[in-house]
Design a protein around this ligand. Structure first.
Ligand SMILES: C[S@@+](CC[C@H](N)C(=O)[O-])C[C@H]1O[C@@H](n2cnc3c(N)ncnc32)[C@H](O)[C@@H]1O
Length: 248
């Protein structure tokens, strides 16, 4: 029997495929094909750059604003500045200052907008000089439990951010204490429900996401604002279901 000799590149490719089919078991060919398809799908979805929720989560611990650690997801930075310019709040209460990068970011944005002050609360005194000296920032260092909400009574438009312990009970308690002073149309932002997505919520007794769900179940004054939660894709934020808008 005479073998036909391939002349063109395509003929050679087909010949090669025939040989491969003969020498490699069918199952292995299927595995290779599946892997190639899966790689192509991943590439189309843009994940081939080697980042995912966990790598962004790890990276956010090193984020700084004007040299001050500001532990926030990049997507949420963008959403925060949009909310601030849309809302122009008179007062933002941030629960959980740490070194104060986020308080500083908010206060600088308020400078640009020309309006508003920040009350930032921690139980430690770790705020940077830039934060503590900013004319729009007032520091409270005895924990949110001791913050007297009557100091906020003269501010018509109030927004609250809980970025403190992320412990489920604490978040629920802070929601109970601070939600009544959030103005209608404004936000209570519950930070870091992302811990559920990376399976770290057990040590936080269910964490912020569970607290949000329990809170909205029993409170008709707030709704989860999908506009901001889903801005970059379904809950593409470190605050999944955490942008709570006061509606009445
Ligand atoms: C995740 S860090 C805050 C990060 C900060 N908001 C930022 O964006 O850079 C959490 C902070 O909450 C503070 N914290 C914990 N329990 C608190 C409480 N009961 N009252 C106020 N702050 C508290 C911790 O001391 C810590 O500094």
């Amino acid at each position: 029997m005479t073998q036909s000799v391939p002349h063109t590149i395509n003929e050679m490719k087909n010949k090669l495929k025939e040989i491969i089919k003969k020498i490699i078991p069918k199952k292995i060919v299927e595995i290779i094909r599946d892997a190639r398809n899966s790689y192509n799908t991943t590439k189309r979805r843009g994940r081939v750059g080697g980042f995912d929720v966990l790598s962004i989560y790890n990276g956010h611990f090193n984020v700084k604003y004007r040299g001050v650690p500001a532990l926030k997801c990049p997507f949420d930075y963008v959403l925060y500045q949009m909310i601030l310019s849309e809302l122009t709040p008179d007062l933002v209460i941030e629960i959980g200052t740490s070194e104060g990068g986020t308080a500083l970011y908010i206060a600088d944005l308020m400078d640009i907008i020309g309006h508003g002050v920040v009350h930032t609360i921690d139980k430690d005194k770790r705020a940077s000089q830039l934060t503590s000296k900013h004319p729009r920032i007032k520091l409270f260092s005895e924990g949110w439990e001791k913050y007297d909400i009557s100091v906020a009574k003269d501010f018509p438009k109030i927004m609250v951010i809980d970025d403190a312990s992320h412990n489920n009970t604490d978040v629920l308690e802070s929601l109970k204490k601070f939600s009544p002073i959030v103005s209608v149309g404004s936000y209570f932002i519950v930070e870091d429900g992302i811990v559920t997505r990376i399976e770290r919520e057990k040590s936080l007794q269910g964490g912020p996401l569970k607290a949000v769900h329990d809170f909205v179940k029993n409170n008709q004054d707030f709704k989860i604002d999908r506009k901001y939660c889903d801005f970059f894709g379904k809950n593409a934020t470190f605050n999944p279901d955490g942008y709570l808008k006061r509606i009445k």
